[in-house]
Design a binder for this molecule. Structure first.
Ligand code: LER
Ligand code: MN
Length: 269
């Protein structure tokens, strides 16, 4: 199992990111604990020196399998489903801006909360139409760079647009882009899926990336998610992608990261 953990390239409000701040120090620690890579959380790729960042990670033997985009929603309010067309366009453009670094890093681009929420005065149907259109345009741009995009079902308390794996699979079909897949996150699945392992098996080869956090969004092993069942289902579908830790920095970032990898390495056997 290739294990990564979320690393933000800048300060961020999102609470399930354990590592932000000094990149060099964080990369050294993360590599030292045995992680194979980092999932980069990047608000605006135009503000990041991509080659220098990848060079820094390479010096620590770390891959960058995915780029998270949610900070553009959390910090700037960009989304695919905002009633203002300029905001929707900016969200699509922001996704396209991630493509060069994603191509260089061989990373997936994650669409989590950048899809947005159903804003007051907008129907769910209208928001879905905007979402499909945005994903089609983003996927076309990513395809030109050989990059895949993955859409993350997110629990009902954060958005009402695509909460479940089944809704995610329907959306992928509607978008019709070969480079669009799913990111499954065990925290969201614990809230929305009847049986997490069954949903992973149902998604099959559409699972392109995995986020792990326990039921309480602490590190795996701190709650009641059946991670042996999750890893078993990933093995059944022949998943050979990355498993990425996205959990709260509790009791502190270093302890959470160390306990997560220790636990996951123990149960993968
Ligand atoms: C992001 O990966 C996530 O899981 C969401 O809760 C917030 O974007
Ligand atoms: Mn997630």
């Amino acid at each position: 199992m290739k294990l990564s953990i979320v690393l933000s390239t800048q300060p961020a409000q999102f609470n399930a990111v354990a590592f932000k701040g000094d990149l060099e120090a964080n990369a050294r620690k993360i590599a030292g604990w045995g992680y194979d890579g980092v999932e980069l959380a990047i608000r605006d790729p135009r503000l990041v020196d991509g080659p220098a960042l990848l060079d820094l990670l390479a010096r620590h033997g770390l891959a960058a399998p995915a780029i998270g985009t949610g900070q553009a929603w959390g910090e700037e309010g960009l989304s695919y489903t905002d009633p203002d067309p300029a905001v929707r366009q900016a969200a699509i453009q922001r996704t396209i801006d991630h493509v060069p670094l994603a191509a260089q890093a061989h990373a997936l681009i994650i669409i989590g909360l950048l899809r947005g929420i159903v804003k007051p005065g907008v129907s769910h149907q209208q928001a879905m139409t905007w979402l499909v259109d945005a994903l089609q345009r983003a996927c076309a741009a990513a395809h030109a760079g050989g990059v895949r995009i993955c859409l993350e079902p997110i629990n009902r308390y954060e958005t009402t647009l695509i909460n479940t794996v089944s809704e995610g699979l329907d959306l992928i079909e509607r978008v019709g882009a070969a480079n669009l897949g799913l990111l499954v996150d065990t925290f969201h699945m614990n809230i929305e899926e009847p049986v997490i392992a069954d949903s992973i098996r149902a998604a099959g080869d559409q699972v392109h990336h995995v986020h792990v956090a326990d039921s309480n969004r602490w590190y795996p092993g701190a709650g009641h998610v059946d991670f042996a069942g999750v890893l078993g289902a990933l093995a059944v579908i022949g998943y050979d992608g990355w498993v990425s830790g996205e959990f709260m920095p509790r009791p502190d970032p270093d302890t959470a990261a160390r306990r997560a990898i220790k636990y996951l390495r123990r149960i993968e056997k």
